[in-house]
Design a protein around this ligand. Sequence first.
Ligand code: FAD
Length: 411
Amino acid sequence: MDIETPAENYDIVVVGGGMVGASFAQALSQSLKEKCPSVLVIEAAGPDTAKELQPSFDARSTALSFGSRQIYESMQLWDGLQDCVTPIHEIQVSDKGRLGSALLNRGEQNVEALGYVVENASLGVVLNARMQTSSVIEFLAPATIENISPVPNGMKLSVSNGEGSYAIHAGLVVLADGGRSPICQQLGIEQAKESYRQHAIISNVSFEQAHNNIAFERFTDSGPLAILPLRNFEGENRCSLVWTVEDENSNALMQFDDEEFIEALQQSFGNRLGRITGIGDKFCYPLSLSIAKEQIRPGIVLLGNVAHTLHPVAGQGLNLALRDISALVDALKQAVVTQESLGSMNTLQSYIDRQDFDQQKAILFTDSLTKLFSSNRGTNVASRKLGLLSLEIIPAVRKSFAEQAMGLVAR
Ligand SMILES: Cc1cc2nc3c(=O)[nH]c(=O)nc-3n(C[C@H](O)[C@H](O)[C@H](O)COP(=O)(O)OP(=O)(O)OC[C@H]3O[C@@H](n4cnc5c(N)ncnc54)[C@H](O)[C@@H]3O)c2cc1C
């Protein structure tokens, strides 16, 4: 429920009500029901924030893995999402101008869909609606944290919402404020950061032909290009574009008019879906790998982009964060049962112990794929030819790739 004035004490304060913070709050309240601790979500963007300035529920689309569907189902959110997702039945992976391509399909993997594409804005509508009707979660927006410091049994926060400044004590702070967190800087939590020297250009694209629920991942000379199926709108065959390009090319592409941009895109993507008939507004994101050197301290845990920001090439960021959320909620549930403090290192370490391997694997998978497919050095070209070939012909390689892509991680 929306509130205007926060209380002085909460068991849990979530900083950031974006895709990860809002999903965590829902998962916790759904899992613990009447035993749910008191939760406050603080979000910097308000309902009047312009769409282009809303950092989470913006113009992008997200490919949710099959595993993420299961997590949203357990949060009773899938029913609301079902009407706005487009299932992926097939994934075609190819390397422009070279032999070697691979096809993954739902029949072989024995699932209803390999994944689902949702527009971030639609995910935001569903998550925010649930937050507003929750009797457990309090939601304060727009509001920001002015100061945060550790105190015995938790953290002390100073929060401002334009009407006033409030001092709040939290037993546990769940930090989900995204990849440019000033709060981490304030607390001296460092990030290991490596720029990929690439930008992702995103837009919605219309094609002459229907996508037939196929997602395309095409590796071009300028970088990986993903075309994801979207719901038709006003008779348009719509797809979502994520085009990774080197820094020096991104400016030029962003300055192209629609006709020039469509021509460049058509050349890189080819004619798989016929002619490109339209392009929406374009947005550009700098890409880097950024990993927090500490994810937990007494009274605080980092979730989502502030914990690990990955390259979007394999669509792993939110999917990994949802698995983190699921593991953290389990650890907190266990703490409630054993009456352990929610912010204790015992509780938080049990979460990290469970997720560490999954995080390392997703980071390695994304980083290796990015580096392998972003360079035309002879060894890389040969390795990716071999990679695509093995993906095509070796069932065990296909299975393991598909499982990582579908977010089906064995626990
Ligand atoms: C081009 C692109 C495509 C992607 N595609 C996929 C995909 O297909 N599949 C996938 O799984 N992942 C994908 N990702 C990754 C995914 O977008 C991220 O994992 C996700 O956005 C992380 O969400 P977050 O809530 O941690 O951070 P953010 O989305 O950055 O949200 C942070 C929230 O915190 C709020 N906030 C910030 N500071 C404060 C403060 N001081 N006080 C209060 N609130 C604050 C912000 O307003 C915002 O709402 C993609 C990323 C990019 C760049």
